[in-house]
Design a protein around this ligand. Sequence first.
Ligand code: BGC
Length: 749
Amino acid sequence: MKRNILILALAAVACSGPGLSPQDKLTVNDARINELIAKMTLEEKVNMLHSKTNMSSAGVERLGIADMNYADGPFGIREEGVPDGFRSAGWTLDSATYFPTGSALAATWSEELAYKYGTGMGKEARLRGKDVILAPAVNIQRLPVGGRTYEYLSEDPILSAALALYYTKGVQDEGTAVCIKHFAVNNQETNRGSVDAQLDERTLREIYLKPFERAVREGGAMSVMPAYNKVNGDYCSENEHLLNEILRGEWGFKGFTVSDWGGTHSTMGAMLHGLNVQMTGSNYLGQPVIDSIKAGKLTEEMVDEKVRQILRVRFAIDPVPADVANQVMTSQPESQAIALEVARRSIVLLKNEGVLPVKAGVRKIAVIGQNAVLKTQSGGVGAGVKALYEVTPLEGITRRAGDGVQVSYAPGYKSFPGRRRGPAPTEPNPLEAAAIDEPADPAMLAEAVSLAREADLVFFFGGTNKNIETEGSDRKDIKLPCGQEALVQALREANANLVSVLVSGGPTDLQVLEPVSPAIVQAWWNGMEGGTALAEVLFGDIAPSGKLPFTFPRQLEDSPAYAMGNFPDKNAGGDLFSLLYRPDVMKMTREERQKLIDSMPKPVSKYTERFYVGYRWFDTRNVKPMYAFGHGLSYVGFGYEKISAKASAKEVSVSFVLTNEGTMEADEVAQVYVHRVNSSVEWPVKELKAYKRVTLKAGESRKLTLSIPMDDLRYWDENASAWKLEKGQLQLLVGSASDDIRLKTNVNI
Ligand code: BGC
């Protein structure tokens, strides 16, 4: 076994052939792979097309082909599970680094940090003996209520695509393959296993596919996970258009696809339309494949091609020998340092009327709200991490405040535990609410108010938790839960020196909180060092520099899919996914379930808002959000001046001078939006096309030049089924946020 592993490792070195596209590099071992395939029996080949355990698919031991080992991401290597499920295996060395979650990473707007984050994930995967991480998760945040908004990156395709690309490169440069997910148009958890996302081709191409396209084409993503849902009628795991025409045909993908867990739907569909590996189970891509070949419905060559695609990745990724893997703790200091660096730059200062940073004279701080002590590493279903440690906001603040400052804490409100697995507890927990909209508890409120009254400064920690924002369901609304609104109002009456800190993955409705909060901070689910980074920002050791990767709507109904009546789907007939895959939950016979499924209206999600997603909608429709896409304040001001622009055949470049007008070093994320002047094509009023994070010392000025590749200015012409560039005049809008444009200039292309 060892000898064969060595051969594969040597072959992998040869994979870095010069001059080849990132995808074509995967084919350099094809001759050897074909020789191996010729030696394999049909049974051995088919055995590679489905799960071996819950987190592996088989190799062929006889020929020295190692199994493929998978681990969940996207923000930490998931703890080891038992072979036949997700239950913990009870290991002791599998505590991993918990990195900031997707929306937090995106709030850094930093390709450099996305790359480092990827290297951290890639390295820890190797320590655990994993070949493929089920990450990054890059779907567009279409709905403010989306259960996986916290895992995903942004509502904007340019930002999502850049971060997806650099995350992918970081992982794969460490010798681990990504499995980028969930391909594609997986923008809701409601009926995720059956919903048909119906959208036009232009919206699909320009918005929803962009992050995947860059990661595959430029990043050489080695594997792709088709999503649970359908797109325009076909399940993603058997979607000819997505998998064969676009992914393999147009983007030149040479690796393999792995269905989402339980997301394979048929033998013929999967075999003919682009799936390589069924996860989990073998009822479709196991014996039925062999039977179908015997019956003349499929050919062995089809199986060979799928095996070839899997083996390309097997050759590119060295298997970690069993006696090398899991020898040290998964979480390593260098990854923890990356988690801290990302957290520092992700925190968004939404509002500040002079309360922050904490003033030198502050001696008594009241920290109110259970989210100050909430650990966010696990929960939220698949994307949880068993972290080696986690610094909560309260710990971070207490440490940073030091001896001379008294920090007191009150829970303030009950937390919402969500639906429970197993039997209900015999004793109710006094800190847990029975319903998400349970009003504020009078005794807890009184305790919090009395602490606030005595303090020099109050930090209110509100937001959601991972029972509220979670895979498998969407939120009903974005209201602050469990009486938080009444509490923050009472705190403000008790003490005007109030900072509201929001701990959540997605946006919340701030209509009540905003007017009573002189300062508001979006702190995310920010990884194991989140509390440390937050304290540094609150106390002014560093200036805040995160920018919102999505719009905070004033109210949910303002957001595009709601305003268009597209979500929720009023005709949907219930959770087909549970019916299909969770007989344990549904407690029905197979026949009963099938009857019910057949009688149910099939859920549909119409994307008639088209490419007016997020700020594209708010800007074009002139709807004022609570906080706009790209918004994020600093402790310094930034001056923008001296804009100029020019266009060449390849790109548009825009230059301007950025000045830190404050008295401390700070980062700014300068943003360039494009507005089309007199266009004959329909466009949103403006679109992000370039951005740059820069660090400037106090008083420092720097000339920045940002370029927009001409390809990013094209649109998908539905009549021609092709990308087209519309010549004409562009207005370039440069600023600090989508609603804070400081400079404008025009250029002709
Ligand atoms: C999720 C995937 C995850 C997989 C394995 C699925 O339910 O949608 O994102 O990678 O489970 O845990």
